[in-house]
Design a protein around this ligand. Sequence first.
Ligand SMILES: CC(C)(COP(=O)(O)OP(=O)(O)OC[C@H]1O[C@@H](n2cnc3c(N)ncnc32)[C@H](O)[C@@H]1O)[C@@H](O)C(=O)NCCC(=O)NCCS
Ligand SMILES: Nc1ncnc2c1ncn2[C@@H]1O[C@H](COP(=O)(O)OP(=O)(O)OP(=O)(O)O)[C@@H](O)[C@H]1O
Length: 205
Amino acid sequence: MLVALTGGIASGKSTVARRLAELGAIVVDADRVAREVVEPGTPALARIAEAFGPGVIAADGTLDRAALGAIVFGDEGARLRLNAITHPAVGERSRALFAAALADDPDAVVVYDVPLLIDEQGRGRADEFERVVVVSADEETRLRRLVGLRGMDEAEARRRIAAQAPEAARLAIADDIIDANGSLEHTIAQVDALWPTLRGVGGAA
Ligand SMILES: CC(C)(COP(=O)(O)OP(=O)(O)OC[C@H]1O[C@@H](n2cnc3c(N)ncnc32)[C@H](O)[C@@H]1O)[C@@H](O)C(=O)NCCC(=O)NCCS
Ligand SMILES: Nc1ncnc2c1ncn2[C@@H]1O[C@H](COP(=O)(O)OP(=O)(O)OP(=O)(O)O)[C@@H](O)[C@H]1O
């Protein structure tokens, strides 16, 4: 079973993914894969340096994430150029990880924690997955978490939210919705109720 877990920034995807892992899922984290594919020496990092200039490479040769973030979250064209470099590499590496997990255990529930499953055109990569779970939280809730819990500057938080598909577009492709506006306990309880249906027992799969 291959499941996509998506949601807007700071909706609570990682929190849900962590719970699913505790319950037995194998989680592949797209943000983490996106870091791996731009490590020093990778073709993607070389292309980023070419496209955005030496200012996005730190003195130690790693990607200066703050510098690149400042460019791409304020400029849609730049963000799409970055996506065009990173997304094929992230997709390829992620698919290899899914295949390895399923080869190891064909009954595994593999969960792909991915913020950008859908794109401006609609379904994006959603059709690659048997189930799409959307973690849903209002924009104001997400903004409060970015500023209050992660210490992000409010303007930066608004720019990041605006750089993603609207909530309605995510909800439109959901097979299952986890409402993450409430308490953590409420979120976890919904994950626990969802899990048997992903395992193919105790409900519609
Ligand atoms: C721009 C970068 C350097 C900023 O790094 P930073 O450490 O500040 O953020 P991090 O990578 O932890 O991402 C945090 C969140 O930002 C959002 N986000 C990241 N990249 C993008 C993007 N291209 N478009 C919209 N939202 C994005 C996601 O919700 C993500 O969970 C980095 O996000 C990046 O390289 N992005 C391009 C790769 C990508 O699309 N990653 C998303 C998963 S495929
Ligand atoms: N009801 C809730 N459900 C989920 N998370 C909650 C809830 N209430 C508060 N939080 C907090 O909100 C934050 C959500 O962050 P989390 O990393 O899970 O989001 P994310 O969607 O993975 O973000 P990103 O797109 O940046 O990776 C966490 O600090 C979590 O503890």
